[in-house]
Design a protein around this ligand. Sequence first.
Ligand SMILES: [Zn+2]
Length: 462
Amino acid sequence: MTTLLVRHADLLVTMDDRQREIADGGLFVRDGFIAQVGPTAELPSHADEVLDLRGHIVLPGLINTHHHFYQTLTRAVPAAQDANLFNWLKTLYPIWARLRPEDIALSTQTALAELALSGCTTASDHLYLFPNGSRLDDEIAAAQEVGLRLHASRGSMSLGESKGGLPPDSVVEEEEAILQDSQRLIETYHDPQPGAMVRIVLAPCSPFSVTPDLMRQAADLARHYGVHLHTHLAETEDEEQFCLQRFGYRPVAYMQELGWVGEDVWFAHAVWVNEAEVQVFARHGCGVAHCPTSNMRLASGIAPIQEYLAAGVKVGLGVDGSASNDGSHLLAEARQTLLLARVREGLRGFSLSNDPNRRLMTARQALWMATRGGALVLGRPDLGSLEVGKCADFTAVRLERLEYAGALHDPLAALLFCQPLRVDYTVVAGRCIVRQGELTTVDETGLVERHNRAARRLLRGE
Ligand SMILES: [Zn+2]
């Protein structure tokens, strides 16, 4: 048995159902799970390891619900800087077709390092192309070295250009092979237990890159094993047109037709939805991964997050792939969530409205989505808040610093309203992945060097 005592945090934000925020707070952790939460005075005084977090705010580890780690190798590519989704994809597919297994590992470590330094403890990744012998196993092994929890989505593309899809035929796979590999991955890695470090998700990429048949078979397979389903949906107006023309349905109705609705399904983006479709998600328990930076970057639109929350739809946050963000800073994403929700209210006439029931999104709501919301979306009741019995996943930020000067009357709000920064501690299952602002499991300088070398090679076409 190993124990960890966290004590004297200036403020410990629990994100529990009572939204308790505890002054001079702490945690007592036993074997990776929280055994006690409360004021420091009420906690044991000894443990194998003691973290004195005087001068810090402590909050639950943030949860990232949508990413494409491999895209960290193709950030800010000149020809894809100013394009909409479909043109951005067509520019990048041929570069991605050169990825090798070692690139998958490298980009996984880079993305997870960035996530850890922004307070993230659990990340979902969506890998949907496997060129040159790449496998999801490459990503899982690399993630285990970093030490964050991973929901690895076995993505796929099967509808190439010659069959009316968007991706070139060179990056799509045979459907039979996709399903066989999905089954192998579930049987090899999926851990359904509380405290799981790795779970597998089945994730055909998008309506314009897979067939209805693959969607149905992936759903059958996922439900047989009890794993979650994930895909991109209603991201852009182009996609809506594509679905109407090819399938005769709007994207959400197409998902209903395929049986792709339920508590075990979450969609990335879900921007182009109407009021009735918000209700469809609510009724079936579908989750949404909100990716505000990507939606702005690609001029995709603004997702109706306030409507989702009002209807009881589960909403988590995602930084999305690093070719459309182009960063993996989850705290920054929570800030973008707050700000973009307010832009939307402005466009809907907030300044002219005297309706007292119309409220702007708050810092606490944005942080709730980044923690509890993410846990709900991924189906992880063992994550998302600092409560007895839950995983000991948390992050801590030092408060006496330039960026927060003048904001310490509300330290939690400072996290969201002030400039996003690197966190000082990130702890997963009681183990420090970031300590005093430095990664403990990754050599950051060496990683950046290797990563840039690989990115140069990919862009040069070697
Ligand atoms: Zn995406």
